[in-house]
Ligand binder design. Structure first.
Ligand code: GUN
Length: 308
């Protein structure tokens, strides 16, 4: 039986994908097929899966998706050259450089080289600034998807106390900004925060994006809080899997087959027991990230070519 407390990320993602698909069809009818280019350097297995899923979802929405592959020996200059070619290509509306780059190549210069008008992830400093000032801009896909999920699920945000656990450029910082714009009172917390469990217990809404498996336990969660778990961590230690998922035969079988299971940033049993509503891992936030990428692509196409 499905848990009625679950915030249904897959259902909201399907809505967003359908809306993006309708917009893409309208743009195509006006002569502008939205184009997405994903740059994948190296062979990181997780990135391979993400990029394949992004390209497939884009095609299903009527977006012309292309994956540009570079070898794991690609240098920063190689990636920059590819980004510059895509900036000049008028059929490309949105560019996404999958992170991390191979061999620990720094990504700041690469992200800054993407034309801000083609910035699928909204990571360019110009777009970060525009988000802060609440001006139209592509917004990083995961936090934008989380906000859609909360709003479309009727979670009250105005005046709510929100704690964002994690301060990354990809999730924590933009998430805090979006929640602030939605009239929540937001605290960004992190590994150095004093009395982290006590602070998190004050939250009506807790967004966990700290990248540590099952870090958020019962003592972080006020009874009845809404908890969004952005974490995607792999756990391979059998005793740890048994501790986190006692009696879960499906997980045990996954561990035997794949050598690991996915665990969010929240302890699965604790969040289920204490939250009024929560996102499971997997199946919570993941599908929303891709849906918002399609949305960003269509919006960038409209902004760049739609007025013609
Ligand atoms: N790697 C992990 N998450 C992301 C993301 O949202 N965008 C890009 N480009 N790379 C990522």
């Amino acid at each position: 039986m499905t848990d009625p407390k679950i915030l249904d990320g897959a259902a909201v993602a399907a809505q967003i994908r359908a809306e993006a698909g309708a917009q893409a069809a309208a743009l195509a009818a006006a002569g502008a097929v939205p184009g997405l280019a994903v740059v994948l350097a190296g062979e990181d297995p997780a990135s391979e899966v993400y990029v394949r899923n992004k390209a497939k979802a884009a095609r299903e929405a009527g977006i012309a998706a292309r994956t540009v592959r570079l070898p794991s020996t690609a240098t920063e200059a190689d990636v920059l050259a590819e980004v510059e070619a895509l900036n000049r290509d008028d059929s490309v509306d949105a560019i996404l450089v999958q992170l991390p780059l191979p061999g620990g190549t720094p990504h700041a210069r690469v992200l800054e080289a993407i034309d801000p008008a083609k910035d699928a992830d909204g990571f360019h400093p110009v777009n970060v600034g525009r988000l802060v000032q609440r001006k139209p801009a592509p917004v990083p896909c995961t936090p934008a998807g989380v906000l859609e999920l909360l709003e479309r699920s009727g979670v009250p945000l105005r005046g709510a106390r929100a704690v964002v656990l994690g301060r990354s450029d990809i999730v924590g910082k933009p998430m805090a900004m979006l929640l602030t714009h939605a009239d929540a009172t937001v605290t960004i917390a992190h590994s150095r925060t004093r009395d982290l469990p006590g602070l998190c217990r004050e939250a009506d809404l807790l967004v966990a994006a700290i990248g540590r498996p099952a870090f958020v336990t019962a003592d972080f969660i006020r009874e009845g809080a809404v908890v969004v778990d952005v974490g995607i961590n792999r756990v391979s230690e059998p005793s740890e899997v048994a501790r986190l998922f006692p009696g879960d035969e499906k997980r045990a079988a996954q561990l035997a087959k794949n050598g690991s299971v996915l665990v969010g940033d929240c302890h699965p049993g604790d969040v289920r027991a204490r939250a009024s509503r929560y996102t499971p891992v997997p199946g919570g936030v993941g599908p929303l990230t891709i849906a918002r990428l399609l949305w960003n692509t269509v919006e960038l196409c409209r902004a760049r070519r739609g007025a013609r």
